[in-house]
Design a protein around this ligand. Sequence first.
Ligand code: M6R
Length: 608
Amino acid sequence: MCGIFGAVSKSEIQGSLISGLSKLEYRGYDSAGISIITGRQKIKRVRCVGKVKNLKRILNSSRSSGFCGIAHTRWATHGQPILKNSHPHNSSKVSIVHNGIIENSDELKVYLKKKNYKFTSDTDSEVIAHLFSYYAERSSDGVEAMKRVAKKLNGSFAIAAICERWPDHLLAACNGSPLLIGTKKGSNFISSDIHALSETTDTYVPLQDNEIVELNSTDYKIYNFTGRKISRKQTKAKKQTSEINKNGYKHFMQKEIYEQQEIISNAIKHQIGKKGLLPNIFGPNSDKLLLKTKHIHFVACGTSYNAALIAKYWIEEITDIVCTAEIASEYRYRTVNVPPGTLFVAISQSGETADTIYSLKKAKNRNYCSILSICNVPESSITRLSDLVYLTHAGPEISVASTKAFTSQLIALLFMTMVLSRTSKNKTIEKTILKQVKALPAIIKKTFLLEKEIKKIAKNFKNKKHTLFLGRGVSYPIALEAALKLKEITYIHAEGYAAGELKHGPLALVDKNLPVIGLMPDNNLVNQVLSNLAEVRARQGLVYIFTNKKLSSSKTDKTNVINMPSCGHFVSPLVYVIPMQLLSYYVAIEKKTNIDQPRNLAKSVTVE
Ligand code: M6R
């Protein structure tokens, strides 16, 4: 799961390679590297462990000048994040970078070793370098060589390659991992995403599965794996307006938590008119489609999956529509029944998550009435593949831990619930939700006033090894999300549980050292949650309750109660997730972990 960038130009390319690569770091930051064909038509490779800033430092003292080159930022899949496993991988006169997983790399290694190729890394990618070298020596041109390489590979891949035999040509191939061509007068580029091209050009051409491209500084040619030439129109990218800086905050995560109030206000401003929700906010004729929908299959990963779970609770509470929320890595491989009238909804911040993309591709070949995506990144792989798109407009989310993307997805899903509620017998429910939504920005503002208290509580977690989060109903997915946030940035093992499930196993974990956090908005489930927390207290667990219910002292004995502002039932997940995000953030501050780029993770998970 890596970022690929390549450039071939009439002018020097080191600067554009580095600038493109910096923008792809969200796909992994275990190592970085570039290979450039120098003036003497030799490949010069520079690699380092860690981030692009380390690579920049090396290049400052040893510049690589040339007009054709490739670059890579890595998230380790095969082989530790050490120098020998960093990309580019070289073999004789070629250098390659790869994103994806080569499933038959073991067999290919045996094949290539018999041909005397020596392996110097533990990666699956190195087989591509040797294969390309082997075929480059036996092919009349780079396209022919790349075609022969691609035919040998099983799995998902995006590859960019250079060869001293064809010093003015960049070659690339893709199958299952995204790749785009960027074009500009006198230069052509290859990139894992559109964002990395933004400083260089706004004109791009997406590649599709099983395609090869050959680029020089003035032209590019696309072929499929059988060698047939493909013509495809260029697309103009929309301007990205958001600035990427911390705006005085210590971390991007902190900034992104605080941006949530404005993002929600903007969503309300743009999607709600005088008479309520504007028509067709999910795309052309989407209201009609939604009102005919009988089933919805939500598919997503991580935080986006937690948003999907909440949507299921909301929609099933007020309509007869049957919803499933499923983790994309499960959906993509299992047999799925698609009853007539089923809508497929993919939820993704990045629009580049491999499992969600595969699920969406699978769904396109099934009997769904439409494919809708809720996504934060315009012109991402997921939006390009969808029939209908709702953009969450949360602005670039830089911190690996997702915060503002989550609440912006929730507000979209609440809007969807409002449209679907028109099928309900309860004709006032849409108005009720609308009222709660409109009140939300002010409630979120009040929730931020808890920051000081949460900062204090966070100190109690510094030396904890485990934490449990409990919730019922719509607060159960918030318990999952709170646990995900805590483990992701503090490395404390955390679990989210449906509070009623505690006694079916996890209660065995409770002792005087275990913090148990109850999420308890004032609703019809308060008494049940209180009983579950009493069971924890009876075993000396350290109970914290986040609630807007006024509790009698008998219920709060030996319990830390954090008083939340009152909020409507439907918007409670958007309110209760905020102290959970702040708690994780301040525990991470206590533990001095790398908050924006936690160990072993990447912002966008582009391999399965
Ligand atoms: O870009 P996506 O929404 O598709 O990403 C899905 C997950 O990888 C993501 O939500 C991940 O779980 C976050 N790092 C959690 O904070």
